[in-house]
Design a protein around this ligand. Structure first.
Ligand code: G6P
Length: 613
């Protein structure tokens, strides 16, 4: 939610900041703003709407300063408007702040500042921060060393909630101060230049040498110096990480949208995620997490906890764990899990899936589980992300940066990685499922080439998108892992095409939803499980009889005369079929959105990583 960029060096800051904002727009896009130090004054320009509107603002090209901060917003407190946009300034226009997160006690702080004579222009929670900093700065002795950084630290001590902030001041115009708690922030370094970002891709073009801030960290950036402080203002050292993502991976690379590019990157993402975990004749390699037979044999239940698409990946892999290791698996939405007081103890294993590793509900669920004595495994796509620092163990998907708000390659990579983890658990437990384990291993290795085959077959999907893009309602049906894939398909369509859709277990249709089927309603079915094919065909026929038009995704030999629109996908083990069956439906959502002329990569009201509750 929201994107932060900052720059300090010898170059003009504004083009670097705008460029970073454009790369971060997927985090929020209802307003954008920039503040730079011009001479000994802060100049702040902000605009409601997209970054390109900020880019076209009068005065933007005359910003000459070589130090600045910028922000793209996803509104939480106060509607999208130029007044509510960041950066925010204190009353004396000497401190400017960009902020991600939510200040929960901002009303209380506002009252305190009002009593001290401060006034507020915006409806945001953020505006208290520059004023608090000004308040503490004024109280410090003029000769105090690190006066600016100290005042920011003092102000953050009053904040309840989550924040990543970057602050500049016309009183100390050579510095940026940053701090974080429960909201990501990184600093990139290259010679005497420093870059700040809430997400690595925003600055990857300039440097891949990155410091990742931890909760409670504060940093003072000067061209020739970078100092880190802990929450008690002690100087601490941090490890510089080299990020191996290639800057190109965060570009569209010739595709019209990030989503389409990411859909087509799935063979590579899956291949990279398998990496060196599978080796001919050997057990699956998970030496990075070191889970023992003794520990696993005492586990009575596994909980997979996540949000959105990541939760759907959990639903898709639940049967793999249950079939292979015979331990019951519950899949929970993180925002529910964290409050429903689940029956967990040291015999429960919690697996939290989060592409970004920054989703507030998923992180909170993981923390709660740890407090109950459970071991936790994080599955993330972002090295060093917040969740990976909370979990007992982390395993990474290697899907590369995912920019489009609607998640695609992360989903198929998560399923692949978790299928490998289930196999690993079965091997650790020495369960007698050798044949099935070997089949699954062989099939996992074939997934990238099979995904490629699905991606070559798009004409029918494009045609079908043209037929249905004006509809208001759509139904998805399937059984078992096909049902899990329909849930994700339905979410994809809702997210980017704004068409209402729902997914049902095919066998549940006649217990209610079939009442909604009438002439010309669209029903999309998935049939990939040989054992259930006849039953699933009957369910599809029941809707056709009631006038529905259908699209069927299948890898079974089904008489094409029965169904007018059939997308054939390669045969695959039913436990892995969501990796293939979802792909035509990701593409369907994409082409429907495109047909409607919508902003595919940045759907309304959504954000890529939801770092607030
Ligand atoms: C948001 C995104 C979804 C994503 C979900 C979980 O809602 O729009 O695409 O699936 O968050 O994100 P995570 O980063 O935790 O996987």
């Amino acid at each position: 939610m929201c994107g932060i960029v900052g720059y300090l060096g010898n170059s003009k800051a504004s083009p670097i900041l705008i460029d970073g904002l454009l790369k971060l727009e997927y985090r929020g896009y209802d307003s954008a703003g920039i503040a730079t130090i011009e001479g000994n004054k802060i100049t702040c320009l902000k605009h409601k709407g997209r970054v390109k509107e900020l880019q076209n603002m009068e005065g933007i090209n005359s910003l000459e300063g070589s130090i600045g901060i910028a922000h793209t917003r996803w509104a939480t407190h106060g509607k999208p408007s130029s007044t509510n946009a960041h950066p925010h300034l204190d009353n004396s226009n000497t401190f400017s702040v960009v902020h991600n997160g939510i200040i929960e006690n901002y009303n209380e702080l506002k009252k305190f500042l009002n009593n001290a004579g401060y006034t507020f222009l915006s409806e945001t929670d953020t505006e208290v921060i520059p004023n608090l900093i000004h308040y503490y700065y004024s109280k410090e002795d003029i000769n105090t060393t690190n006066r600016f950084a100290k005042s920011v630290r003092r102000a953050t001590q009053d904040l309840k909630g989550s924040y990543a902030i970057a602050v500049i001041s016309s009183l100390e115009p050579d510095k940026i101060i940053v701090a974080r708690k429960d909201s990501p922030l990184v600093i990139g370094v290259k010679d005497n230049e420093k870059y700040i970002a809430s997400d690595i891709p925003a600055i990857l073009e300039y440097t891949n040498n990155i410091y990742i801030l931890d909760d409670g960290d504060l940093a003072e950036l000067l061209p020739e110096k970078l100092t880190f402080y802990d929450k008690d203002f002690n100087v601490v050292s941090k490890t510089l990480k080299t990020i191996t993502w290639d800057a190109k991976a965060a570009d569209k690379n010739g595709y019209e949208h990030f989503m389409l590019k990411e859909i087509y990157e799935q063979p590579t993402a899956i291949r990279e995620t398998i990496g060196t975990r599978l080796n001919e004749g050997k057990k699956c390699d998970f030496s990075d997490i070191n889970i023992s037979k003794d520990y696993l044999s005492k586990i009575s239940r596994i909980y997979i906890v996540a949000c959105g698409t990541a939760m759907h990946a959990g639903l898709a892999v639940k049967p793999i764990f249950e079939r292979l290791i015979k331990i019951p698996v519950e899949v929970d939405v993180a925002s529910e899990f964290r409050y429903r007081e689940p029956l967990i103890d040291e015999h429960s294993l919690i697996i939290c899936i989060s592409q970004s590793g920054e989703t507030a509900d998923t992180i909170a669920a993981l923390k709660n589980a740890k407090e109950c004595g459970c071991k936790t495994i994080a599955v993330s796509n972002v090295i060093g992300s917040s969740i990976t620092r909370e979990a007992d163990y982390t395993i990474y998907t290697h899907a590369g940066p995912e920019i489009a708000v609607a998640s695609t390659k992360a989903y198929t990579s998560q399923i692949t990685l978790l299928a490998l983890l289930a196999i690993h658990f079965a091997e650790v437990l020495e369960l007698n499922e050798n044949r099935m384990i070997q089949d699954l291993k062989d099939e996992i290795l074939e997934l990238p080439s099979k995904v490629n085959i699905v991606l070559e077959n798009v004409d029918l999907i494009k045609d079908f998108a043209k037929k249905i893009y004006k509809e208001k309602d759509l139904f998805f049906i399937g059984r078992g892992t096909d049902y899990a894939a329909t849930m994700e398909a339905s979410l994809k369509l809702k997210e980017i095409s704004y068409i209402h859709s729902d997914s049902y277990q095919s066998g549940e249709l006649k217990h209610g939803p079939i009442a909604l089927i009438e002439d010309d309603v669209t029903v999309v079915g998935i049939i990939t499980d040989r054992r259930l094919v006849d039953k699933s065909i009957s369910n599809m026929q029941e809707v056709i009889t009631r006038g529905a038009k259908t699209l069927l995704v299948t890898n079974q030999e089904i008489d094409n005369k029965l169904f007018p629109n059939v997308i054939n996908i390669p045969k695959v083990h039913p436990l892995l079929s969501p990796v293939l069956s979802i792909i035509p439906l990701q593409l369907l959502a994409y082409y429907v959105s495109k047909e409607k002329g919508l902003d595919v990569d940045k759907p309304r009201n959504l954000a890529k990583s939801v770092t607030v509750e």
